[in-house]
Design a protein. Structure first.
Lengths: 185, 457
């Protein structure tokens, strides 16, 4: 994920800046989406993405190099989200959903498609909402898998588990999600 | 991708930042990068890290690279090797670090003393340190029986070590051993004086007992030293003592210069006076040596060296300076002129007192008492005549002083015997004028009658 390489001169520095900004352009939206679903707070999700990129740049500017930005960024963001969970530990999940959760209005704002698309979205939207009320363990794995589109191998590296564990967890998470959507539980 | 996945993907795909939010975020990141530029020009070419992602609270920690570990170990070693011994130096018995002070610091310093002379000097210094600790504890009321026992034991140990080294030194260099012994005895004298003063000032019986016990240990330690007179009356001893005295007096003069600003004019004057006394004694010993009185001259040098050492202790040890009068440590030595002047002054006062006794004698009715007074007066006048003769003819000063002292005691006794007949308002005792025998008056009160009687018989 992170790899140390030799650093020489301004051209290297410039190269790092370019690569970093390209990573921002490529992954900022995906990171925001991931954070937004997991913490259900639009503004806070932006702040976490901001913190993710500043921390990663701090790592890069100190002379370290990153081969693959995507998993690295997800890892940093994941840790920040865990910290966020810890800060919210005393608050109930219901309170989070009620007070800070993603509301329907926001989805309406984000919708840019036709009526048919909106109807098709309904189930998808309910599933996204259902992900948010799953236990954090499954919330993370399903978000990584279905929202961010990472494969089991990448997820395994990110959460530092084996691929088998990841697959089992995805399978259980999907069952929980289906139950939640169909039964409303 | 199945429908399930596709629906989630589609639904979540609608979750995104507004364009304005995204632009603002990018601007903030770029600004952050400008304020925190890449450090490639200043950082090391290669950095190793033992972690994957150190940039969140969850994973942030110090990287224990080998050089950092070495640095930490070196820092700890420095702390243990330098700071702890320094802290230990401030301790007293009962403190946690005290054993380190005595068993490590001082033993290391002891090992750094290569010659036997240096070892004796160091053991002497250790005795002084132990007594200073005991005094500090006693002053604070913390001198427990255990601490006192510990200090007493260590004083004995240091004294034994000093004696052992002195014995070794005598085998190889008897002259230097003699000098070392004078220094050691001087240190004991100073510490005895300090403890005696403390004892007089002690407010509690308990601390008085403890200080007395320590003083006894010091006195015993001095008494246990082998007499330092047998082998030193030689030519080489004289020269060695001259060198030692010269060295000590030079050091003492330098010390006086260094403390001049911190002492009063009176103290400075007192110290200067002792220097003059010491120099005079050295001159006298030189004259004696010229007349082949080697043994006596060496004794004089020993005395000069001892006084110089005490003077050095007085100037270097603030406890000694504040606790013990200089006159106790190094009594003032009168010059020949001062001794003659004193005798003349004393003689004058005694004439007045003799006249007073004569006047009272006429009023005495008791024949026996009258006879005693008469005999006493005759004796006193005889002694005073001897004093007058010595002064007038510049005879033996020592004889004159002895006669003056005897006459002084006798006249005092006569005054006391006739005290009931007339209360003197200005009775002067010759010795009191010198200020060295004030106790004589009181002590002689009870023996006045006996003295006069025995004289009459």
């Amino acid at each position: 994920m992170a790899k140390q390489i030799s650093q020489e001169g301004d051209n290297v520095s410039g190269n790092h800046e370019e690569r970093f900004l390209k990573a921002f352009d490529d992954y900022a939206d995906a990171l925001f989406r991931h954070a937004s679903i997991r913490i259900s707070d639009h503004e806070r999700a932006i702040e976490l993405v901001h913190d993710t990129f500043t921390k990663v740049w701090g790592y890069v500017r100190a002379g370290n190099s990153i081969d693959a930005y995507r998993p690295f960024l997800y890892k940093v963001l994941g840790n920040l989200i865990i910290d966020e969970y810890r800060r919210r530990r005393t608050e109930s999940l219901d309170a989070i959903l009620e007070d800070e959760g993603m509301d329907t209005g926001r989805f309406d704002e984000l919708q840019e498609g036709s009526l048919q698309e909106t109807l098709n979205m309904l189930d998808g939207k309910r599933m996204v909402e259902a992900i948010q009320i799953l236990p954090p363990l499954y919330q993370e794995i399903l978000t990584l898998r279905f929202v961010d589109g990472l494969g089991p191998k990448e997820i395994a590296e990110l959460i530092e588990e084996t691929e088998n564990v990841v697959s089992v967890r995805i399978n259980r998470g999907v069952k929980l999600l289906r139950d939640a959507v169909i039964n409303g539980t | 991708m199945n429908t399930f996945e596709k629906k989630i993907k589609d639904a979540s795909g609608k979750i995104r930042m507004r364009a304005s939010e995204r632009a603002l975020l990018r601007e903030q990141i770029v600004s952050f990068m400008e304020y925190h530029p890449h450090l490639s020009a200043t950082v090391s070419k290669k950095k190793k890290t033992s972690i994957l992602v150190p940039y969140t609270e969850k994973f942030s920690y110090i990287q224990f690279t080998p050089w950092r570990i070495r640095g930490a170990v070196a820092s700890c070693a420095l702390l243990v090797a330098v700071v702890t011994p320094l802290l230990a130096e401030q301790t007293v018995p009962g403190d946690v670090l005290y054993p380190m002070k005595v068993r490590i610091n001082e033993e290391v310093l002891s090992q750094l003393s290569f010659s036997s002379y240096e070892k004796v000097a160091w053991e002497t210094r250790r005795v002084e340190r132990r007594i200073a600790e005991a005094r500090l504890l006693a002053k604070e009321g913390k001198l427990t029986d255990e601490a006192e026992a510990q200090i007493t034991e260590t004083v004995k140990e240091h004294t034994a070590s000093a004696q052992k080294e002195l014995a070794v030194l005598r085998e190889s260099d008897v002259d230097q051993a003699a000098v070392a012994q004078v220094v050691l005895e001087s240190a004991f004298d100073v510490q005895s004086a300090v403890l005696d003063t403390d004892q007089q000032l002690s407010s509690t019986t308990e601390s008085d007992t403890q200080i007395r016990a320590l003083a006894t240990v010091v006195r015993d330690a001095k008494a246990a030293l082998v007499p330092n007179t047998a082998d030193i009356a030689t030519l080489s001893s004289y020269e060695r003592f001259v060198a030692s005295v010269e060295e000590s007096t030079t050091r003492a003069h330098e010390l006086l210069v260094s403390i001049e600003e911190s002492i009063s004019t009176e103290e400075r004057s007192d110290i200067q006076r002792r220097f003059e006394d010491i120099n005079r004694r050295i001159d006298e010993t030189t004259k004696m040596y010229d007349t082949q009185e080697t043994s006596t001259s060496v004794e004089g040098l020993k005395s000069a060296l001892s006084d110089t050492q005490k003077l050095i202790s007085f100037m270097t040890d603030i406890d000694v300076r504040t606790g013990v009068p200089l006159d106790t440590l190094v009594p003032k030595q009168l010059t020949k002129e001062e001794r003659y002047a004193y005798l003349s002054e004393s003689r004058k006062h005694m004439n007045e007192n003799v006249a007073r006794v004569h006047a009272r004698r006429t009023a005495i009715v008791d024949a026996t008492l009258g006879e005693k007074i008469t005999v006493g007066l005759e004796q006193a006048q005889s002694l005073l005549a001897r004093v007058d003769a010595d002064i007038a003819l510049e005879g033996s000063l020592e004889d004159a002083e002895v006669a003056e002292k005897e006459a002084s005691v006798l006249v005092q006794d006569l005054l006391l015997m006739t005290d009931s007949l007339d209360t003197p308002t200005n009775v002067l005792a010759g010795s009191d004028a010198q200020g060295t025998s004030t106790d004589t008056t009181t002590a002689s009160t009870t023996t006045a009658t006996e003295t006069a009687t025995s004289t009459a018989e």
